[in-house]
Design a protein around this ligand. Structure first.
Ligand SMILES: [Ca+2]
Ligand SMILES: [Ca+2]
Length: 138
């Protein structure tokens, strides 16, 4: 097992996902930082829309988030990018281009902490801004 660094602290490793556009299924995410298993619904009303330009072509991509799983339909080719990021019940998705490379970064807000997966290099940026109970507005 490789040694984890600070960038891995909030990164999740995908276990298995069973996406379906029209029905509710379940996905399983193995958390790399503690080895626990997060089971998330896949599809259906629990998903939050998180549109942004993740592939950097100037067009917003259709995307949804639930329980640490991001499903992004790329506007460039229509393919589905699945990213595991977040997963704590308190996490709120807050995508945006925080590193300025023209592509939206997947990011979550957790009780005053912003945890951003940079699209430029895949690394993690952690910012403290806000207090528990604060709600970021998009
Ligand atoms: Ca796009
Ligand atoms: Ca970016």
């Amino acid at each position: 097992m490789r040694r984890e660094n600070a960038d891995d602290r909030h990164r999740l490793r995908l276990g298995s996902l069973h996406p379906s556009a029209n029905c509710v299924g379940q996905g399983s995410i193995i958390r790399s930082f503690d080895g626990g298993n997060t089971v998330v619904p896949w599809g259906g009303p629990t998903w939050k829309p998180v549109p942004a330009d993740y592939d950097g072509d100037g067009k917003a991509d259709v995307a949804v988030y639930a329980g640490g799983a991001w499903s992004i339909i790329r506007s460039t080719d229509g393919g589905n990018t699945v990213v595991a990021w977040g997963g704590d019940p308190a996490d709120m998705p807050v995508p945006g281009d925080y590193d300025g490379d023209g592509k939206a970064d997947v990011a979550i807000y957790r009780s005053g902490t912003w945890i951003i997966k940079r699209s430029s290099d895949g690394g993690t940026t952690v910012n403290q801004w806000g207090s528990p109970g604060d709600i970021p507005l998009n």
